[in-house]
Ligand binder design. Structure first.
Ligand SMILES: [Zn+2]
Length: 384
């Protein structure tokens, strides 16, 4: 059996204190013993609290718990020593001891949570993914200048009652040349030299006129036609600022009765006024194309000078933007229309040429380079 220090004193004193005064001595001693134990508990408490405060790891906290709260620890020892106290003292000391247990346990839990939270925060910080990083910038494009010109022209001609047709870019020689009065040995084919596929009758169309042929064949010589056929065309060209191997044509065709060159002139005049402004004038000059007779070069007055001449109109005051004329009787005949009853006019222009003039661009190649800076630049001079 283990005896605490106080027990030993108690037993020693009992031996020397006379029997008569033993009860008084015992009461006094118990009082002193109770106070002594409470002081001891308070001292122990501040010792444990100090250790808990200094602890920085979970292991240190566990060690404190084992050392002070364990079976061989001072708290258990004090608890065991309480058996010699009076009921009141037991109650008083018991309360203080219980407070100690509760407070120490709470402090241990608190400190444990604090250390665990710190560890977690450190871990989160080291494994942090910065979701606030900016994403990939999405670059917005804009309609190309060619597209804008084609759309604008389509709107204009639709308002005049025209239909818009499209056709294949790989075309038969027959539709691209022969039925347009350009037989295989015709010298005017040189001006429209294009790319032939394996079969020499198949080629990349050099103009959108084959779409006109297809529509005329569908008309079977009976239906009037009012159409435009915008689309990509191809020619063997030496590439420079104003020539490309690929360009976009806007062609038009009207077949009806009592059609004359003045209808073409009026239509072209309205078109240049719509596209470049009301003050723009139209002018025809005689020309030659195998598929029209008579044929004309179609000019508009220079939009950059007052007609006095500038680098754009070199220095004539007029800019050629289109070619056309009255549909050649041979073409009408080949496409099923009787030239004695039907007449028509046709014209063609390059959308890139219109775009260059309208947006004051100097190099046609930049329109096909997919450079977003070109299309995003809406501050270009827009003549209207
Ligand atoms: Zn000019």
């Amino acid at each position: 059996m283990r005896y605490s220090f106080r027990d030993k004193i108690f037993n020693l004193k009992l031996k020397v204190v006379p029997r008569a005064i033993r009860p008084f001595w015992m009461i006094a001693f118990f009082l002193i013993g109770g106070i002594f134990m409470i002081e001891k508990i308070e001292k122990l408490k501040s010792e444990i609290i100090s250790l808990i405060e200094k602890a920085s790891t979970i292991k240190e906290l566990n060690d404190i718990k084992v050392e002070y709260m364990g079976k061989k620890g001072p708290i258990t020892e004090i608890s065991a020593g309480m058996r010699d106290l009076s009921a009141d003292e037991k109650k008083e000391v018991g309360l203080v001891l219980n407070d100690l247990r509760v407070e120490v346990n709470n402090l241990l839990d608190e400190k444990k949570n604090k250390i665990e939270t710190e560890l977690l925060n450190e871990k989160l910080k080291s494994e942090k993914i910065d979701i606030s990083m900016p994403g990939m910038e999405i670059q917005n494009g804009a309609p190309s200048f060619v597209e804008k010109v084609v759309d604008d022209a389509a709107d204009f001609f639709i308002s005049l009652g025209y239909d818009v047709y499209e056709g294949p870019e790989i075309e038969l020689d027959k539709y691209n040349f022969e039925m347009l009065n350009l037989p295989k040995d015709h010298p005017a084919r040189d001006a429209q030299d294009t790319y032939y596929l394996k079969d020499e009758d198949l080629l990349l169309r050099s103009q959108t006129s084959p779409v006109q042929v297809r529509v005329m064949l569908e008309g079977k010589g009976e239906s009037p036609i009012r159409m435009i056929c915008p689309g990509k065309t191809y020619r063997r060209e030496d590439i420079n600022a104003t020539h490309e191997q690929e360009f976009t044509q806007i062609e038009g065709l009207v077949i009806d009765k009592n059609i004359s060159l003045s209808d073409l002139k009026g239509t072209f005049d309205a078109f240049v006024k719509h596209t470049f402004g009301e003050s723009t004038e139209a002018r025809f000059r005689p020309s030659y194309y195998p598929f029209t007779e008579p044929s004309v070069e179609m000019d508009m007055s220079c939009i950059y000078c007052d007609g006095s001449g500038c680098s754009m109109c070199k220095p004539k005051g007029w800019i050629t933007i289109s070619g056309g004329g009255m549909v050649h009787p041979n073409v009408l005949r080949m496409c099923g229309y009787d030239p004695e009853k039907w007449q028509g006019f046709a014209f063609g222009m390059a959308a890139e040429r219109i775009a260059m003039l309208k947006y004051n661009m100097t190099d046609m190649r930049s329109m096909h380079e997919n450079d977003l800076r070109e299309t995003r630049n809406f501050d270009r001079k827009e003549v209207k």
